[in-house]
Design a protein around this ligand. Structure first.
Ligand SMILES: [Zn+2]
Length: 276
């Protein structure tokens, strides 16, 4: 028995994959890597394919924040190539990017964004920004609870957190397929063959539990697409052959449409207020 890192209940059971544990209390999934993985793709550049689709989403998120907050300034942790922070920088606000890798340092500095080289797993900075963004970060780090708790103690008013959600139909279908020994979609969702796999998979229930325990209030959510047709095709093609890539990408688009209809997205943005 392992206790759930999210709710600490000792009722964690294994799903159909020996590397994944699941908490039936808060519906949180955890990846405990036991098998050696061949790294087939780098996570850093995956997101670039989806940039144009994401602009609409950024607008929705920042319109909401700007309505709430008069003079916001922004800091993005694990900024990578900088989807959110680059977007809000173009609106003329003070922006800081924090990342474990200095690959994009110069492009940030050229754009007028301050850059801090730091690992989100052991973040140690005093944050003056009132809005902090964590886009596809907390599912990659060892202890999301520790990081969010740390941020709660700082002078931050809002967090914008985007994570993959286990409530989406693609996740549910890929879990079902494990019973038939079909692992590649499941492994892809966990990004097991990347340089930064998902160590956690949040459900709506588990992330609300996390926020509630750490004294944050969810004030808005924004549903987000998994990938565009072209984006997911290029991603799948890095590990699968042409036929499998085509079939799975078409299936993914159908499921995405169903997700849209039932309002149960594969990725979700949570805008939360710090009550600490
Ligand atoms: Zn739990």
């Amino acid at each position: 028995m392992i206790s759930c890192p999210n709710c600490s209940k000792k009722d964690t059971v294994f799903a159909n994959d020996i590397e994944i544990s699941y908490c039936s209390t808060c519906q949180h999934y955890v990846y405990n890597q036991v098998k050696e993985k061949k790294i087939l793709f780098s996570h850093d550049h995956v997101g670039e394919y989806q940039q144009s689709t994401r602009e609409k989403q950024f607008k929705k998120v920042f319109d909401f924040i700007l309505d709430k907050k008069q003079n916001p300034n922004f800091l993005e942790i694990g900024a990578g190539f900088g989807g959110y922070i680059n977007y809000v920088n173009t609106l003329g606000f003070d922006c800081i990017a924090v990342d474990i890798d200095d690959h994009f340092r110069d492009s940030y500095l050229n754009a007028g964004i301050k850059f801090i080289l730091q690992d989100a797993n052991k973040l140690d900075i005093t944050i003056d920004s009132n809005v902090v963004i964590l886009s596809h970060i907390i599912e990659h780090i060892d202890n999301p609870k520790k990081l969010i708790n740390y941020l709660g103690k700082q002078n931050i008013e809002y967090l914008i957190i985007e994570v993959p959600s286990s409530n989406g139909l693609i996740f549910k279908l890929s879990k079902l397929l494990l019973r038939f020994n079909i692992f590649f979609i499941w492994d892809r969702l966990w990004q097991k063959n990347s340089n930064s796999p998902h160590l956690h998979y949040f459900s709506d229930k588990s992330i609300y539990k996390l926020f509630e325990d750490l004294n944050f209030e969810v004030i808005k959510t924004v549903n987000s697409r998994f990938a565009t047709f072209k984006g997911s095709f290029r991603r799948t093609l890095t590990t699968e052959n042409l036929i499998i890539s085509l079939i799975s990408v078409i299936a993914i688009q159908v499921l995405e449409f169903l997700n849209y209809l039932i309002k149960s997205p594969e990725n979700k943005v949570y805008i939360v207020r710090n009550l600490n």
